[in-house]
Design a protein around this ligand. Structure first.
Ligand code: PXP
Length: 246
């Protein structure tokens, strides 16, 4: 069976904490429970405006995470220095706009090639693997390969938010074509954004994709059934979609 890693994004645990300025719920506790539920990686986004995850969370998680830590970050000097200091196993470069609700589009690697290249080089010098969060677009994948990224994470938002079956099918095809291009050039390919129990199966059945980063839907389920159970059921959904003949 082709196993895939599940990275659990715990940002929204911090969102709930920051909403009241309390010390709870603690993303550190959430990470430990996610790992007990079968998470293969803990993903956090330290945003420039610090709206959810704080440096304190990164510092403690660096010590407590038993699996792998994936730090999503903007390609800035400030964030690069922080990543270099804390050494997550992987940094995922994402575009960041202050007014957005969440990461709305992929990084335009082709447009910001020099800045991205410089950040990739700096982080790799610090022994950090670097993944680029891009739209499922062949030019972006080629650009990611050219700047020596270690992997790309395909933005699944357009697929997840497609309003009709025709659009959904077209977006799934884009993901499939992008994943096959990555496989052809030897670039590890991951996926994330907007995935939930209903839509994850089709994307998880693309065997070239070897890692999924999922946050909001897992935490939404965790409110009702608990963190461990919510992570475990997402792992099961991904595993089932990758079974031969599924
Ligand atoms: N991957 C990346 C690069 C992201 O920016 C996000 C959102 O923070 C996710 C995955 C997870 O998206 P969602 O919360 O919609 O599952």
């Amino acid at each position: 069976m082709d196993e895939a890693r599940l990275g659990v994004n715990i940002d929204h645990v911090a969102t709930l904490r920051q909403a009241r300025g309390t010390t709870y719920p603690d993303p550190v506790t959430a990470a430990a429970l996610a790992e007990l539920g079968g998470a293969d990686q803990i993903t956090i986004h330290l945003r420039e405006d610090r709206r959810h995850i704080q440096e304190r969370d990164l510092r403690i998680l660096r010590e407590t995470v038993q699996t792998r830590l994936n730090l999503e970050m903007a390609a800035t000097k400030e964030m690069s220095k922080i990543a270099y200091e804390f050494k997550p196993e992987m940094a995922t470069l994402v575009p960041e706009k202050r007014e957005e609700l969440t990461t709305e589009g992929g990084l335009d690697v082709a447009l910001h090639r020099d800045a991205v290249k410089e950040t990739v080089r700096f982080l790799k010098d610090g022994d950090i693997r670097v993944s680029l969060f891009v739209d499922p677009d062949i030019d972006q994948i080629r650009a990611a390969h050219k700047v020596s990224a270690d992997a790309v994470e395909l933005h699944t938002g357009a697929y997840c938010e497609a309003k009709s079956a025709v659009l959904r099918k077209a977006e799934l095809q884009r993901l499939l074509d992008a994943a096959k291009t990555c496989a052809k050039i030897g670039l590890p390919v991951y996926a994330g954004h907007g995935l939930n129990l209903v839509n994850v199966g089709q994307v998880a059945s693309i065997l070239e994709i070897t890692e999924f980063n999922i946050g909001h839907s897992i935490l939404a389920r965790a409110v009702f059934i608990g963190m461990q159970a919510a992570v475990a059921e997402m792992k099961t959904a991904i595993r089932q979609a990758r079974r031969p003949g599924a």
